[in-house]
Design a binder for this molecule. Sequence first.
Ligand SMILES: [Zn+2]
Length: 191
Amino acid sequence: MGKFDKYKIDLKGMQADSCKYEFVLDNLFFANIDGPEVQKGKVNVVLVVKKTSRAFELNFQTEGMVWVPCDRCLDDMEQLVSSIDKLLVKFGHEYAEEGDNLIVIPEEEGEINVAWFMYEFVALAIPMKHVHAPGKCNKAMTSKLSKHMRTTPDDEMAEDTFAPEEVELMNEEETQVDPRWDELKKILDNN
Ligand SMILES: [Zn+2]
């Protein structure tokens, strides 16, 4: 049995009009799928397949937690993911992805493997920006990174990852609030 055989959904042989599957995507799943965004996690997926006259409607409900590197300190952090996604599957001559969520599969095979789709739904559910809760970042790493920022202001990567105002926020706990903010606030309040 292949690593992803249990994620095959037999549509052709479907007897009832509606069918429910439950999957747990664990560390082994993420290791096997070897995608760039997520290497570890524990995510529950409930898949409900509905047969309609024209297509199969696959509704995925994704709920769980993944480990991803924090944008600020690069240590792994827990990120909750939650998502609802839909795929429409039709029978045709050969495999094709039409648009974002219409899949054509060969009628002779009559089945679709949902492993990679579920991985993608998890990866897409991760917010663009994800950081530890305030005060939970790796302090040694953030101070190293913010020093690096100051010495190489032209480094595009560093600028993209750590905007100056973020570094300001990171350091806020240790340092006094910049008095210029008070001045700025006065100006704003007066207008
Ligand atoms: Zn962090």
